[in-house]
Design a binder for this molecule. Structure first.
Ligand code: FE2
Length: 179
C-alpha cells in the first residue's frame, strides 16, 4: 500500500500526517512540486520479465511522460535480495542528496521510499507497485528500499549523469529511517 508520512524535520517519530489515500498523497506532494500518480498497469507483468518486455508494455505511458518533461530515455532497474551490490547501491542513495535532473520513477513491482526534505518538513513517500513519482531537480531527498530490497522501476531521464547523488552533508537521513 502506498503511504505518505509527514514530519517536522526537528521531530522524528512524531508524524503530523500519515495517509494511505492516493488522492491525499498526490495533493500533499503536489503542494511541494512533486508529481505523484497511481497508474493502472496495462498488462500483467511478472518480476521475471525482461527489461524490454517491461519497456514495451509501458511504451505509451513513457512516451507521454517523456513528452511532458522533455526527458529522452527510459530504462528498467531491478534490485532484489540477489543483486550482488545491493548493499552498496542502498548506501549510495541513503544519505540526503540532490540531482541535476528530475528523478522520475515508476514502480513496476515491489516498493521503496523516497524521503524528501524541504520547507522544514520531511515527506516520506512509500511507493509501491503502480506508483509514479517525479522528484524535481535540486530537491533534497534520500531513497531506501530496505535491507531486503524488491523493486523493479522504470527510470525516465535525459542524461545518466543526472543520477549522480550530490550529497548535502546533512546527516538528517540517520534520524528519519523509512517509516
Ligand atoms: Fe535520488
Amino acid at each position: 500500500m502506498s503511504r505518505l508520512t509527514i514530519f517536522e524535520d526537528k521531530a522524528p517519530g512524531q508524524p503530523v500526517l500519515r495517509t494511505e489515500d492516493g488522492d491525499t498523497i498526490a495533493r500533499e506532494l503536489a503542494a511541494i512540486g512533486v508529481r505523484f500518480e497511481r497508474w493502472e498497469s496495462p498488462v500483467a507483468l511478472s518480476p521475471d520479465d525482461s527489461a524490454d518486455t517491461i519497456l514495451e508494455a509501458y511504451r505509451p505511458y513513457l512516451d507521454r511522460l517523456m513528452g511532458e518533461n522533455g526527458a529522452g530515455s527510459a530504462d528498467v532497474i531491478k534490485i532484489t535480495e540477489a543483486t550482488p551490490n545491493k548493499d552498496a547501491l542502498r548506501q549510495k542513495f541513503l544519505s540526503e542528496h540532490t540531482h541535476t535532473e528530475d528523478e522520475v520513477r515508476f514502480f513496476v513491482h515491489g516498493q521503496g521510499s523516497f524521503i524528501l526534505h524541504l520547507n522544514g518538513r520531511v515527506y516520506d513517500a512509500h511507493c509501491t507497485q503502480g506508483d509514479l513519482i517525479a522528484v524535481p531537480t535540486g530537491i533534497k531527498h534520500w531513497f531506501d528500499a530496505g535491507e531486503t530490497p524488491f523493486v523493479t522501476a522504470l527510470r525516465v531521464f535525459t542524461d545518466t549523469s543526472g543520477w549522480v547523488a550530490h550529497y548535502t552533508g546533512d546527516d538528517i537521513a540517520d534520524r528519519f529511517p523509512a517509516a
